[in-house]
Design a protein around this ligand. Structure first.
Ligand code: SF4
Ligand code: SF4
Length: 491
């Protein structure tokens, strides 16, 4: 692909107030407890390899991946396994699920890391294995296992590093660039080596001049193209960013790798640097803790598994006007019922909103078919149609109207004059669809098991019959031989 000289547009999108305050990164310190949900992504559980009472060190493996779409979990500090029990997890419906809980000892004693001096002396497959073993996932929010994404069978021409942090309030990637530009560029080069991509682009928003300068300095000797993209939400969406950079639309249900492109978040590149060069697994990440509901907004280097209340305390606590706690940004985040919930690898932001920041919420009104939602949808969906079919539980029609292509960006919600919580409805219908798919898959599996069992029974029965027939034939033969012998015997 030729160097990018002119940017393109995707349809829809919004220009939003940024509310960003990139800051120095504060170290969160060690909380009393670290909590790790075993649920990694939808229906993908990690398998614990520790039990209550076990002593663990920082960086020690405490749960295996469990499946190809899951990743291992490592302790972010030293201590003792307190329990493996149900605990509140970050989920829109306030779910509890199994979590490993570590009582920390405050010492932060770490396993000896295994650094690497020359990554190019290692095979690509070994590097991918190290990335898998380090528990690295896409840190932009999708938490897809990075090693799996790097194992795309297609030839990759272009590696795109996504630093277009387009969602309001979130500035963790910008702070990361300002603090660790040199190191994360090493991570980018490792990713380029693994993908063997000829071209590498780092995309960041126009509103990040200092980060741009830091990256310019760090990439002076490298053939990496830095591109500033306009501040239009959701430019940081993988497919939207690709469209802005290349003009190519990645079809729904299709992957960028099918068109020779691979996208990685800039935070992921830094985690790759830490895993390969320093030999340490993913146990910490930068989280933006912000909003007018807390005393002091801050980007924090947090241990994964830290309860949110610990991070809030690091920001000098709540104000008197905290109204809502959100994990993620104001557009795509989920409201939380408690600050006892722990941050995960997916947590890029904790938002404590005040009444002033919450949009004046009037009661939901009927859809007036104004079409505003369709005008801003970056995926060119018809949210009002999805709303009509979704409301009446017509799942098939929702699928026909490409429900599964919805990236839950929230643009339609923001512009809806009738204050209809569209994304909430779309998430709920998608959830129902997933449950139905799982039920169908389970029913199919049960059917296959039943058929296999019936076949086994029939085969066993046949085998029994064959054996009985063989035995009878042998007896008959013996009898016939005996009779013949008797008949031939002289009196
Ligand atoms: S923006 Fe709201 S009121 Fe207008 S068509 Fe969409 S759902 Fe209906
Ligand atoms: S939330 Fe879904 S339907 Fe609404 S604008 Fe975003 S992609 Fe379109």
């Amino acid at each position: 692909m030729a160097a990018i000289t002119q940017l393109k547009h995707f349809s829809g999108g919004l220009t939003l107030a940024a509310h960003k305050q990139p800051s120095n990164i504060l170290d969160s310190g060690i909380p009393n407890e670290l909590i790790y949900p075993l649920l990694q992504r939808a229906d993908c559980y990690a398998q614990p390899i520790v039990k209550t009472g076990d002593a663990v060190l920082k960086g020690q493996l405490i749960a295996h991946a469990g499946s190809a779409l899951s990743t291992p979990i490592h302790a972010a500090s030293s201590g003792v396994i307190k329990e493996i029990a149900a605990h509140l997890i970050a989920h829109p419906s306030g779910l509890t699920d199994l979590c490993i809980v570590i009582s920390t000892d405050g010492l932060d004693t770490a396993l000896e890391p295994e650094p690497c001096i020359d990554y190019q002396s290692e095979s690509i497959s070994d590097l991918r294995t190290k990335i898998q073993q380090a528990g690295i996932v896409g840190l932009g929010g999708a938490v897809f296992p990075t090693a799996k994404k790097l194992a795309a069978p297609q030839k990759i021409d272009t590696l795109i590093i996504n630093a277009a942090e387009c969602e309001p309030y979130i500035s963790c990637d910008e702070s990361l660039i300002l603090a660790h530009a040199e190191q994360l560029i090493q991570g980018v080069l490792i990713l380029q080596y693994i993908t063997q991509a000829e071209q590498c682009i780092i995309a960041l928003e126009e509103s990040m001049p200092q980060a741009f300068q830091a990256l310019q300095k760090a990439t002076q000797k490298e053939a990496i193209q830095l591109i500033r993209v306009p501040e239009i939400y959701p430019t940081g969406g993988e497919k939207q960013l690709i469209q802005v950079l290349t003009g190519k639309k990645i079809p729904a249900q299709s992957l960028p790798a099918e068109q020779g492109m691979l996208c990685q978040n800039i935070g992921t590149a830094y985690a790759v640097y830490q895993a390969i060069i320093l030999g340490v697994p993913l146990t910490e990440r930068i989280i933006t803790v912000t909003g007018k509901g807390i005393q002091h907004s801050q980007n924090i280097q947090a241990k994964i598994g830290t309860p949110i209340k610990h991070l809030i305390a690091e920001c000098q606590g709540y104000t008197n006007d905290v109204q809502r706690l959100i994990m993620g940004g104001s557009m795509m985040g989920i409201a939380l019922s408690s600050d006892e919930i722990a941050v995960t690898k997916a947590t890029n932001c904790i938002l404590a909103l005040s009444s002033e920041e919450l949009a004046a919420q009037t009661q939901e009104m009927p859809c007036i078919r104004c079409g505003d939602c369709a005008n801003v949808c970056p995926v060119e969906l018809l949210p009002q149609q999805l709303y009509w079919y979704g409301r009446s539980q017509q799942l098939e029609q929702c699928l026909d109207y490409r429900l599964l292509d919805c990236i839950e960006c929230g643009c339609c919600d923001i512009v809806c004059p009738s204050q209809i919580p569209l994304v909430q409805l779309f998430r709920a219908i998608k959830g129902e669809h997933t449950i139905k798919q799982q039920q169908t898959a389970q029913a199919d599996l049960a059917k296959i098991r039943y058929q296999n069992r019936q076949t086994r029974f029939a085969n066993a029965e046949q085998e029994k019959k064959d054996k009985a027939a063989k035995r009878q034939a042998a007896i008959d033969k013996m009898k016939a031989a005996a009779a013949a012998k008797k008949a031939n015997k002289p009196d």
